[in-house]
Structures are given as structure tokens and as C-alpha cells.
Design a protein around this ligand. Structure first.
Ligand SMILES: Nc1nc2c(ncn2[C@@H]2O[C@H](COP(=O)(O)OP(=O)(O)OP(=O)(O)O)[C@@H](O)[C@H]2O)c(=O)[nH]1
Length: 407
């Protein structure tokens, strides 16, 4: 009799434990990414970690390589966006910023573009406004375009076409010549490119990788872009695969937390970046977010081992998901040097879009043309300042308008 009571008691206890754990699992799922475990042990494979990643190949991803645990930053777990947060997180959600809507950003930032390209536009228009555009004037025009980093071939093309039109139309009316210049510059920059970001993927998160040399503004761009996506009501996860620089992951997590976006990062300095990237994508898939953005460490294009590592980061992500967009960040102030970077990065990770940063600090806007020509990849975004909302979609008309604005 005693033993029957004991068995009954054990069975009842087991049923009770089962019910309680089921409740917690469901509640956890309903709460979403903010309940992602704070740390995941290095030896504990990431959920959905592929067989490949565990196989120990050179390209393998997953937590086993990360050299430590992967954690969501403390801030982002407490600063989830209001509509995505657990009910109990409402208080902390009040601290989350509302990013500026994307529409009209370039209009706001136009003054900066105008200011920095003042010399370019003014001297071109002044030259073209002369009654008699002789050989010397055409040469000066050429020089101005070259100084603006338009590149030799596009400069020659532009000058030839303008010369031809001025000759054929026989007009030196400044307004007319200015309109011709506007048309020719627009044609050179080419409005036909598809400049939309690939941030929609059916049935899984879109994956965006951000690459480039040191200090060009990668982390800042990921942060600003997270704001753009949040403003468009997307769920985003950031992956801090810049494991070289100790402060980089924190910097990224801070950007994310400002708009309630979580960051997957390693708490071990020098951890395998491919592993962190894999974990970020994995977390994004598991929590059914819209976009995972992976920030990578700055690397010189002539360091073969670092470029190999970047290739590996992409290949490891691809074990878990397609990579939809590879954004190469270029600093506009570095001029033609950006072209070499673009070429090498493109060979390694198949760049799909350019982000041109620091365009607020240079009159070398012509680099847009040179890059697109050489690379066959469109400029999709421009950085026009250090402020959180100083990133705008690249729009050809507004760009040329700003270059040739009356001052
Ligand atoms: N003026 C201006 N500054 C910018 C722009 N974008 C980024 N910056 C600044 O450029 C500096 C470097 O930016 P980061 O985002 O840290 O650059 P990074 O490429 O991630 O750097 P590493 O990780 O060291 O390679 C920071 O001071 C940014 O504020 C921009 O569009 N305009």
C-alpha cells in the first residue's frame, strides 16, 4: 500500500513539473528576443547550429569557435522597442528613442552637402557662365571635375558631351548651360540603378553584412541603419562581429539600445568573428526578426589574412542563411583610394551596395560616379554627419541639385 502511494505521489509530481515547465517555455517564446539567454556557453552549441559548424572544418561557425560566450548586451534586454517588448518591460521602453522618418532626410541634410560641395558647384557654374567658353575654360572645367574625384574617363565624357551640346545649341545662357550640366551629371551618376536595400526576405530574416577598412564609419553606419529600419517598423538584431577592437561591440550595443534593438556579441576579446556573426543570424532566425545586421572589423584590403577572414565570416553565415546585402562603407574624403578598397572587398565578399560616409566633409562628391563605374555597384546610402539620423538614401536628383545649388 505504502509503495502504491509513493508511486502515485511521484507520478503526480512529474505531471506537475511538466506542466510548470511547459508554462515557462511558452511564456519565454511569447516574450521574444529580450529573453534570449544572457550568456551562452562556448561549449553549448547555438540553437540550430549546423552539423558543418560542429565538424571542425576551417570554415566552421557556431559557438564552439567563439572562444567564449555570446551575450546580448545588458542595455538592449532592458530597452526593447515598445511593440516588441514583454509586458513587464514597458518602463524601460520609455527610454527608447524614436528615429527620424527616412522620407525627407536628404532634404534636411542637403544644406551640408551643398556646403561641402560649394567650391565644386560654384566654380563649375562660374566657368560655364562665361560668355565665351574657350579652350582654357574647358580645361579648367576638366580640372574642377577631376579635383572632385569624378575620375578621368567620366570627366572626359562629361566635358565632351557638354562641349558638343553648347556647340550644337549655340547657347551660352547660364541657365541653359546649367540645365545641361545638371542633365549630364545626372546621366553619369545614372538614376537607373536599383538603390533599394535588400532587407526583405521571405520566411526568414534578411541578412546584411557591413564591411570596409578601419575608421570609415562601419559601426556608425550599422547604428544609423538600425534606426532607419526601426523607423520602418522592422524587428532588427545586430551582430558585433568586430571582435578586434574591445570597444566596438559596446559601441554597437549602445547604438542598438537607443532604439531598442538587441546586439549579439562575444564577451571574449578576440573571439572568432565568424562565430559571433553565425550566432547573430541564428538568434535572428530563432526569434523571427526581419533583419540581422552584422558589423565587421575594419581591415586593410592589402592584408590577405584579414581579407580571408572576412570571406570566412560570410561563408559561415551562409551555413545558416543567405546573405542578402553586403554593404561596403567608403570614406568619401579618401577619394580615389576608395576605389582600390572597393575592388578588393568586392572580390572577397561580392559587395552589393556602397555606403559613402563623411560626404559632409568633402567637395569630392564625384567619387560616387567613379565607384559605380569601376565596381558596377550602386551607391545606396550616404553619411552626412555624425548625428544618429545623418544617414540618407542616395537619391541622384537631390544629389545633383545639391551639387549645383545656387548660393
Ligand atoms: N562627419 C562624419 N563623420 C562620420 C560619418 N560616419 C561616421 N563618422 C565618424 O567616423 C568615425 C569612425 O566611425 P566608426 O563607425 O567607429 O568607424 P568604423 O569603420 O566602425 O571603425 P573601425 O571599427 O575602427 O574600423 C566616428 O567618429 C564617426 O562619428 C559621416 O557620415 N560624417
Amino acid at each position: 500500500m505504502d509503495s502504491q502511494v509513493l508511486i502515485l505521489f511521484i507520478v503526480l509530481a512529474a505531471v506537475l513539473v511538466g506542466l510548470v515547465s511547459l508554462f515557462f517555455v511558452r511564456a519565454g517564446r511569447a516574450r521574444g528576443l529580450e529573453d534570449y539567454p544572457e550568456t551562452r556557453d562556448a561549449d553549448d552549441p547555438a540553437p540550430g547550429d549546423s552539423a558543418d559548424s560542429a565538424s571542425g572544418t576551417a570554415d566552421s561557425g557556431g559557438s564552439a569557435d567563439s572562444g567564449g560566450s555570446v551575450a546580448l548586451a545588458e542595455e538592449e534586454r532592458t530597452a526593447a522597442a515598445p511593440d516588441k517588448a514583454a509586458e513587464g518591460a514597458e518602463d524601460s521602453a520609455t527610454a527608447v528613442e524614436t528615429p527620424e522618418p527616412v522620407a525627407g532626410r536628404l532634404a534636411r541634410l542637403r544644406a551640408r552637402l551643398v556646403k561641402s560641395n560649394n567650391v565644386f558647384g560654384r566654380s563649375l557654374l562660374a566657368l560655364l557662365a562665361s560668355d565665351d567658353i574657350d579652350e582654357d575654360v574647358w580645361e579648367e572645367i576638366e580640372e574642377t571635375l577631376l579635383t572632385a574625384d569624378l575620375g578621368t574617363e567620366p570627366t572626359m565624357e562629361l566635358v565632351d558631351r557638354l562641349r558638343e551640346r553648347v556647340k550644337v545649341e549655340g547657347s551660352t545662357d547660364p541657365d541653359r548651360v546649367r540645365a545641361m550640366l545638371h542633365e549630364e551629371l545626372t546621366a553619369l551618376i545614372d538614376p537607373a540603378w536599383d538603390r533599394s536595400l535588400n532587407v526583405e526576405a521571405a520566411g526568414r530574416p534578411a541578412v546584411v553584412m557591413v564591411v570596409g577598412v578601419n575608421g570609415v564609419g562601419k559601426t556608425t553606419t550599422v547604428g544609423k541603419l538600425a534606426r532607419v529600419l526601426v523607423a520602418e517598423d522592422k524587428d532588427v538584431v545586430l551582430g558585433a562581429a568586430d571582435t578586434f577592437r574591445a570597444a566596438a561591440a559596446e559601441q554597437l550595443a549602445t547604438w542598438g539600445s537607443r532604439v531598442g534593438v538587441p546586439t549579439v556579441k562575444s564577451d571574449v576579446e578576440g573571439a572568432d568573428p565568424a562565430s559571433v556573426a553565425y550566432d547573430a543570424v541564428d538568434a535572428g532566425i530563432e526569434h523571427e526578426v526581419d533583419v540581422v545586421m552584422v558589423d565587421t572589423a575594419g581591415r586593410l584590403q592589402n592584408k590577405a589574412n584579414l581579407m580571408d577572414e572576412l570571406g570566412k565570416v560570410k561563408r559561415v553565415i551562409e551555413k545558416r542563411s543567405e546573405v542578402d546585402e553586403v554593404l561596403l562603407v567608403l570614406d568619401a574624403t579618401t577619394g580615389q583610394n576608395g576605389l582600390n578598397q572597393a575592388k578588393v572587398f568586392s572580390e572577397v565578399v561580392n559587395v552589393t551596395g556602397i555606403v559613402l560616409t563623411k560626404l559632409d566633409g568633402t567637395a569630392r562628391g564625384g567619387i560616387v560616379v567613379a565607384i559605380q563605374r569601376q565596381l558596377g555597384v550602386p551607391v545606396k546610402l550616404v553619411g552626412l554627419g555624425e548625428g544618429p539620423d545623418d544617414l540618407a538614401p542616395f537619391d541622384v536628383e537631390s544629389f545633383v541639385d545639391a551639387l549645383l545649388e545656387d548660393r
